[in-house]
Write a protein that binds this ligand. Structure first.
Ligand SMILES: NC(=O)c1ccc[n+]([C@@H]2O[C@H](COP(=O)([O-])OP(=O)(O)OC[C@H]3O[C@@H](n4cnc5c(N)ncnc54)[C@H](O)[C@@H]3O)[C@@H](O)[C@H]2O)c1
Length: 383
């Protein structure tokens, strides 16, 4: 299949690598020639490095690299039967690009967006044939992360999501299908991992290091929330939180935190700037975790209950199937277990009790338990 990529940044280049490695010809278009030449050298060296490490043969490296071409005109994508857009995250620019590409490609060409936070419906609305528009959301870095979220818009033709799912499978990735709602699966369900951790920190219940230690040592997560936010960068993580909150009509469950906003405003983006919740500059004092098992268990229980509640609510609202929700959180953000399986293990009445305690203590809608959990507990008590 001939494919086209619009935008040769981090995501566009990564997706091109995936497609070329899966046997497709890929033409990459970017309006910025510097970005295009950067992508060229990055992709070439990626294939060379894979060959050096023995992950692919030298011949394969040449073959994969040979499938990729670079173009400074949109016309260079006219033969593609699938185009994936990965340009700046701005609706008006994306809409213009979708209008332009539609005029260039054949009428059967599928046009996809890799957007993380915009609705697919709003992008598709710019097209004369919105039924061929769909979201194909890769995670960063695309060649490494297995998960791909497929998001049909209200306009997308029936059956296209399933066709795309088969393609994504053939690229060696793990596809899940999700509704066109803010944050799709991963960026929605994962929010409490960050926001509830910050809430605990803001209240002074524990410091960042203790919360991180609790979540890694007792919770089994690969990274604690503060180390992870500092790693992702508060410019990215804060913006996602704010965008999900705004898009959910200010549902308090997704409310961003002022302490993170201040880090964002200060330019303390985390590891990449030397300062975030932690100070990475040389000689800076390191915070050590408090080895209090009771406190740490309390922290894990609270964050986990909020995460499980979010997964349960996504299931309640038919955002995705149970199976896809579990795949998304274990493969997209490497959680140690699927959140619903975790809920089964902890026991739904325990989760409900934890959430109701928080709800009664704070009197905040943020802590409302999903009806899915209430139904589950009610069902099991009648058996
Ligand atoms: N970076 C991530 O972690 C991540 C993960 C998943 C999805 N996304 C989404 O993928 C998209 C791209 O993100 P990125 O991190 O690769 O961005 P990036 O800034 O690295 O790259 C964007 C590229 O698009 C090009 N561009 C801008 N306007 C253009 C236009 N009109 N026509 C053609 N090219 C244009 C720019 O020159 C740049 O090279 C965004 O929608 C983003 O939300 C990003």
């Amino acid at each position: 299949m001939k494919t086209g990529i619009i935008g040769s940044g981090a995501m566009g280049s990564g997706i091109a690598q995936v497609l070329a490695s899966a046997g497709h010809e890929v033409a990459i278009f970017d309006t910025n020639p510097t970005a295009l030449s950067k992508s060229k050298s990055l992709l070439k060296s990626s294939f060379e490095k894979l060959a050096e490490k023995g992950k692919i043969s030298k011949e394969q490296a040449e073959e994969f690299w040979g499938r990729i071409s670079f173009t400074e005109t949109l016309n260079g994508l006219k033969e593609a039967s699938l185009v994936i857009e990965a340009i700046v995250e701005e609706l008006s620019i994306k809409q213009q690009v979708f209008k332009n590409i539609e005029a260039v490609v054949s009428k059967d060409c599928i046009i996809a967006t890799n957007t993380s936070s915009l609705s697919i419906a709003s992008i598709a609305a710019a097209c004369a044939a919105p039924e061929r528009v769909i979201g194909i959301h890769f995670f960063n870095p695309a060649p490494i992360m297995a998960l791909v979220e497929i998001i049909p818009a209200v306009q997308t033709r029936a059956g296209l999501a399933e066709d795309v799912k088969a393609w994504v499978n053939s690229w060696g990735k793990l596809p899940v299908i999700t509704k066109d709602t803010p944050g799709f699966i991963v960026n929605r369900v994962a929010r409490p991992f960050y926001s509830e951790a910050i809430r605990i920190y803001e209240e002074g219940m524990a410091d960042c290091a203790t919360i991180d230690a609790a979540m890694t040592n007792m919770g089994g997560f690969k990274m604690g929330p503060f180390a992870l936010m500092d790693f992702i960068g508060h410019d990215v993580n804060y913006r996602v939180t704010e965008s999900v909150f705004n898009s959910f009509f200010y549902d308090p469950r997704f409310k961003p935190s002022l302490s993170q906003k201040r880090l964002f405003e200060a330019g303390y983006y985390g590891k990449k700037t030397g300062r975030g919740f932690y100070n990475y500059t040389e000689g800076a004092e390191r915070i050590t975790a408090i080895e209090d098992k009771v406190l740490q268990q309390k922290i894990v229980n609270r964050i986990l209950a909020m995460l499980i509640n979010e997964a349960a609510d996504a299931l309640f609202l038919n955002i995705a199937t149970r199976e896809d929700l579990e795949i998304a959180m274990t493969k997209g953000v490497n959680y140690p277990k699927g959140l619903l399986a975790w809920g089964d293990e902890i026991g739904w009445s325990n989760i409900l009790q934890q959430l109701d305690e928080l709800y009664h203590y704070y009197h905040e809608d943020r802590y409302r338990a999903s009806p899915w959990i209430r139904n589950k507990v009610a069902e099991s008590s009648t058996h």
